[in-house]
Ligand binder design. Structure first.
Ligand SMILES: Nc1nc2c(ncn2[C@@H]2O[C@H](COP(=O)(O)OP(=O)(O)OP(=O)(O)O)[C@@H](O)[C@H]2O)c(=O)[nH]1
Ligand SMILES: [Mg+2]
Length: 249
């Protein structure tokens, strides 16, 4: 199923966190901006490979549609998103999307995901919904991803099939409900923490199948520290909600 060039139904802002994505960013950004009505916020963490300069060049190439945030302070995917989401929610948009900048998340899925926010507060671009798939993704990574999902679902009680996908669209109203001061995960565990928070606040969570493509350029940022945090955060979230499971909606 492909949705390339399909119009988007809402005003949406896409947050793109970047760390060393200088090769991928110029390939990805024009493909996202093919969709009228979309704007971008690139959040770069002082990438040593010059991604920040590449992002500034894209902002000049697409005036009014690309904003670049050059972060200072500690690096981290969670820290970057925790800064970007409230900032995005302060702008006049209907939907706020998040996606990886390494071409793993095909922008052609955005129109369907954005349209699904009519039905749900949060829409996950899901690798494990019916009709979804993994392409060029090594077997051990796929096994790790499936194991992580099983772990998160078992500990937290989340019902979504893909709780660790970084491809999501949120109604702005849902982003504004999240208690950002409580979100503490610095790395990839941010994805689980925010989904739990949304579910406990009563947000409805939907899934749209996506085809996930393994990274071709650049290196992974999955460090041991990030991995260990991912093991601990589901328990921390469970304690925050005193062992209560979210009510499925
Ligand atoms: N701003 C910011 N972005 C980050 C950081 N770590 C990762 N990212 C970005 O977050 C997205 C997901 O990171 P990836 O390295 O692709 O993680 P992954 O998909 O688990 O690993 P790969 O399979 O190697 O792609 C990419 O766009 C990264 O550039 C960080 O510390 N700060
Ligand atoms: Mg990736």
């Amino acid at each position: 199923m492909t949705h390339t060039n399909a119009p988007v139904s809402k005003r949406a802002l896409v947050i793109l966190p970047t760390l060393n994505e200088a090769t991928n960013l110029p390939l990805l950004v024009p493909r996202i901006l093919e969709h009228d009505g979309l704007r971008l916020m690139i959040v770069d963490d002082r990438s040593p490979d010059g991604t920040g300069d590449v992002a500034d060049g894209l902002a000049r190439q697409f005036p009014g549609r690309v904003e670049v945030v050059h972060r200072v302070g500690a690096r981290g995917l969670g820290l970057a998103y925790a800064e970007a989401f409230p900032r995005a929610a302060a702008s006049e948009v209907d939907v706020i999307c998040q996606m990886d900048a390494d071409l793993s998340h095909d922008p052609s899925h955005l129109p369907a995901m954005i349209a699904a926010t009519e039905q749900h507060d949060v829409v996950i671009g899901s690798r494990y919904a019916d009709g979804a798939g993994l392409v060029d993704f090594p077997g051990y990574r796929a096994a790790l991803s499936r194991g992580a999902n099983a772990y998160v679902r078992a500990v937290t009680g989340l019902g979504a099939r893909d709780c660790t996908s970084g491809y999501r669209c949120w109604r702005r109203s849902a982003v504004r409900r999240i208690r950002w001061d409580l979100i503490g995960a610095e790395g990839f565990a941010f994805l689980v923490e925010t989904l739990c928070e949304a579910a406990h606040l009563g947000c409805t969570i939907g899934e749209v199948p996506v085809i996930f493509v393994g990274r071709k350029h650049g290196a992974s940022k999955l460090t041991g520290r990030v991995f260990r945090e991912s093991l601990v955060v589901p328990w921390r979230v469970l304690m925050r909600f005193r062992g209560r499971r979210p009510t499925p909606r």
